[in-house]
Design a protein around this ligand. Sequence first.
Ligand SMILES: NC(=O)c1ccc[n+]([C@@H]2O[C@H](COP(=O)([O-])OP(=O)(O)OC[C@H]3O[C@@H](n4cnc5c(N)ncnc54)[C@H](OP(=O)(O)O)[C@@H]3O)[C@@H](O)[C@H]2O)c1
Length: 335
Amino acid sequence: MGPTPASTASTTTVAENPINASVPSGTFVITGANGGLGSAVVELIVSSSEFSSMHGIYMVREVDAATALNASLNHAKQGHRYDVVGLDLSKLAGVRDVAKKINERVAGGSLPPIRALVLNAAFQCNYLAHWLLTMVLLQSMDREHGRIVVISSAGHDPNDTRHAGMGIFKEERWRTIRDDTTGAAGMRRYSAAKLCLVMMIYELQRRLSSDPVLSSICVLGLDPGAMSKEILRRGNFLMSVFVTRIFLPFAAMVSSKLAPEGFFRITRKSAKHVLRVALDTETLGEHPQAVYLNGTKRWESSAESRDEKKQMMLWQDSVKYTKLKASETVLSSWN
Ligand SMILES: NC(=O)c1ccc[n+]([C@@H]2O[C@H](COP(=O)([O-])OP(=O)(O)OC[C@H]3O[C@@H](n4cnc5c(N)ncnc54)[C@H](OP(=O)(O)O)[C@@H]3O)[C@@H](O)[C@H]2O)c1
């Protein structure tokens, strides 16, 4: 397993997975745990006794540079078990390696089955590495209560009026996936990658639901809204300073008062939404399959994301580009 956990580090104790799903236990895996939303989710988990029987696997690109995550871990309650795992999602060999080690630990009983796998990291890597990680980790998922959560974005839908102001989909030709090397290509590629993740919700859920062993596992999507942290920090000066540090925090503060589930949201609130989608059974039910939410509201994802023909094409390309083999996944209809 990757890098060392901090003080209350991982132990070999395995929590029993209770039949009562409303008391969450098991392993909670999240990618991008050093990001704005990821570190806020970790802070909520480690600081609340509600999640004390969960074991966190907090994945970061670089353990030594995970300052935001470390700040969140400073809030950890005594005895919270976790590992900080280094995983650069741009390297598929690393994805396989990390997933294999987790599988070995779950199979060996030193880590409980995965209750929630939250695919949160973004920008450099959105889709393909997350798809591969999921496929390999399926064998370690809790087969009764396991959930896979895709962190999406309104950007996946060119027709979503909430981001119309950005103008990146103004021209008709940009409204379906295509080669793109023009001015706003970065944002559109990000949107296309998010679209792929949303397509994965439906295709993976179909395949899981018809699997003789994995049919209770749920795949869900969450649009966390526009948060003050930190996705835009790598943009140009206007984006990284004015938009991220001044406009978004201000908009989130004002908007959260006027419209608590409006487009702009406080990161901590979106982090609570992530935990709800990953673990809540009281309001979402035991098995919310292929459910897509905007905050707490059920939401219709884009028309293109629901195109079954395209979902299938994307799946086949994912198998091809990751070179997935039958021996790497327990999903019966994997190809
Ligand atoms: N912020 C928003 O307004 C907004 C709106 C809609 C949807 N979302 C979605 O919400 C999620 C969280 O966003 P955020 O605002 O928290 O973004 P963020 O602060 O930029 O966090 C993204 C995380 O992804 C990690 N990451 C990027 N490339 C990676 C790689 N190759 N390997 C491993 N990790 C990698 C980053 O690692 P480092 O820490 O090492 O850089 C970072 O911790 C994303 O899925 C995003 O698309 C955000």
